[in-house]
Design a protein around this ligand. Structure first.
Ligand SMILES: [Zn+2]
Length: 495
């Protein structure tokens, strides 16, 4: 469907400096800009999955998030509560799933949400609904009767843009800065880039399809010139990764509370780095929740402190875009673009993550009784169940199955089965210590045991942010995110 549509018109005109083999400026349609902006909605786990699927070129790695992902892939079923939790981390839901389905170029191929009930227990007074396939019912059967959901229809006009206004053109630059299309913006930017007229610039209209958008996703994570890389085939020459992160050293936030963690870390004295940390269940859940967090949420949290290829320019462009250029789709609760207020998909969050990333509001679900009892549920986001008053009278509310606890019927606890102990390596490879011999673990480290030094650190919001930033941009997440705490402890000990 997308490819037939793609032939209608070229969504992109690029003006190229042939001498330098570089895209200087481009004009893009809303379809194209929507596809780029949708990168921000992708959970980090989805990005790792998409990059490892498509091995057309050597795939870039985003810091060491891929190690975290692969660790979860290798966990046996006893480490997390159930197989659903594992799937949640490996194939996290996009908080803008519905919006992304409207995109002309949608890179997120995660399975759309489906709804299930237990065929045998639908007549009981306590009714459960699951948004995950394969959940087990209290009766011992699986909740596998697929349900339609009514009340979630989309009343917005079609073909009218998703994240940005549909009918407009946009200016785009090689580093993925996006601006409103205006002569003033064009002049200003061209002069800044050192061009006083168009004589040095050649116009091209490249083919744009899902493959090119996928290549752009890859390059946008590691390069400052993704348009040139993809459309002028500069990728082959390779470019140095341009991501960087500056940890905030001063901890303003000293409130303990139940969501700070104490972490036992082991340092190599000779190498001045953190080798590994011993993490209990809450800290492990916090790390794994990076996988369900949308890229845009991470960039918002780390605003100004992180350069991630060109992705931070996309985020900044949304932030700086005049709101009148946003598409018609706004959050029910906010006049902002959904991209500036990205949440973790409902049921995919982590309670004690310390970063104030919230889950999407969960709608209320109802199930008809009597003549209205069928394979349909009713959804309510604002108290209105249905326009049909009889349906309302004869509906009873549904409880939502939550995989993040032992039996799915108590409140969310976390992804990890309790109690748990993990070894988290500097590059975020995670091993469950409960099922691993500690002697062979230490043997694998290949460091003299008298070079090891133990430290106890506390992870507040500031440290949690530093860990996130270091995880996105380096292969030494613990050292780059937390080593300053060790230095501080040593300084305090000597004074
Ligand atoms: Zn049942």
């Amino acid at each position: 469907m997308a490819s037939a549509h793609a032939l209608l018109s070229s969504p992109l005109r690029l003006f190229v400096d042939k001498e330098r083999n570089k895209v200087v400026v481009g004009e893009a349609s809303a379809d194209f800009i929507d596809a780029l902006f949708s990168f921000l909605t992708l959970p980090l786990g989805t990005i790792v999955r998409l990059l490892s699927n498509k091995q057309t070129y050597r795939s870039p790695e985003v810091g060491c998030i891929n190690n975290l992902y692969q660790s979860v892939q290798h966990f046996n079923t006893q480490v997390l509560w159930n197989g659903i939790c594992k799937k949640m981390l490996l194939c996290p839901r996009n908080p803008c799933e519905k919006l992304c389905q409207k995109l002309r170029f949608n890179v997120d191929d995660t399975e759309p949400t489906k709804y299930f009930m237990c065929g045998s227990c639908r007549g009981l007074s306590e009714k459960w609904l699951s948004t995950f396939e394969g959940a087990s019912c209290t009766c011992g059967k699986l909740m596998e009767q697929e349900m339609k959901v009514e009340g979630d229809e989309d009343n917005n006009p079609k073909g009218d843009g998703v994240f940005v206004r549909g009918e407009s053109m946009y200016l785009i630059f090689d580093d993925l800065t996006v601006l409103q299309n205006s002569a003033r913006n064009t002049v200003h930017q061209l002069v800044q880039l050192g061009y006083t007229d168009f004589t040095k610039l050649t116009e091209i209209s490249p083919n744009v399809g899902l493959n090119q958008i996928m290549e752009l996703l890859k390059r946008a994570l590691i390069s400052a010139s993704p348009l040139s890389d993809v459309f002028l085939a500069r990728e082959a020459r390779g470019s140095k990764p341009v991501s960087s992160f500056a940890p905030r050293l001063a901890s303003q936030d000293v409130h303990g509370g139940d969501s700070s963690y104490n972490l036992q870390i082991t340092v190599s004295k000779s190498k001045n780095k953190i080798l590994y940390a011993e993490a209990e269940e809450d800290f492990a859940d916090f790390l794994f929740s990076f996988l369900t967090m949308p890229l845009g949420s991470s960039l918002k949290l780390l605003d100004g402190d992180v350069n991630l290829g060109s992705m931070h320019n996309l985020y900044k462009s949304v932030k700086d875009l005049n709101p009148s250029w946003f598409g018609h789709y706004r959050s029910r609760y906010s006049p902002l673009s959904p991209l500036l207020d990205l949440k973790v998909a409902s049921q995919y969050g982590c309670k004690k993550q310390r970063l104030d990333v919230v889950e999407e509001n969960r709608p209320a679900y109802y199930y008809g009784t009597g003549v209205y009892r069928n394979n349909t549920c009713y959804l309510s986001n604002n108290g209105v169940i249905s326009k049909d008053p009889f349906k309302i009278q004869s509906s009873s509310s549904l409880m939502l199955y939550d995989p993040r606890s032992g039996d799915g019927r108590r409140g969310s606890v976390g992804f990890v089965r309790r109690p748990a102990l993990f070894a988290v390596m500097d590059d975020l490879q995670v091993t469950p210590l409960t099922s691993t011999s500690s002697i062979s673990f230490l043997q694998k480290l290949k460091v003299p045991l008298n070079d090891l030094e133990e430290h106890k650190v506390t992870i507040h919001k500031n440290e949690a942010l530093n860990l996130l930033g270091a995880s996105l941009t380096s292969k030494a997440a613990l050292t780059n995110g937390l080593f300053y705490l060790v230095k501080k402890q040593k300084e305090e000990a000597t004074t």
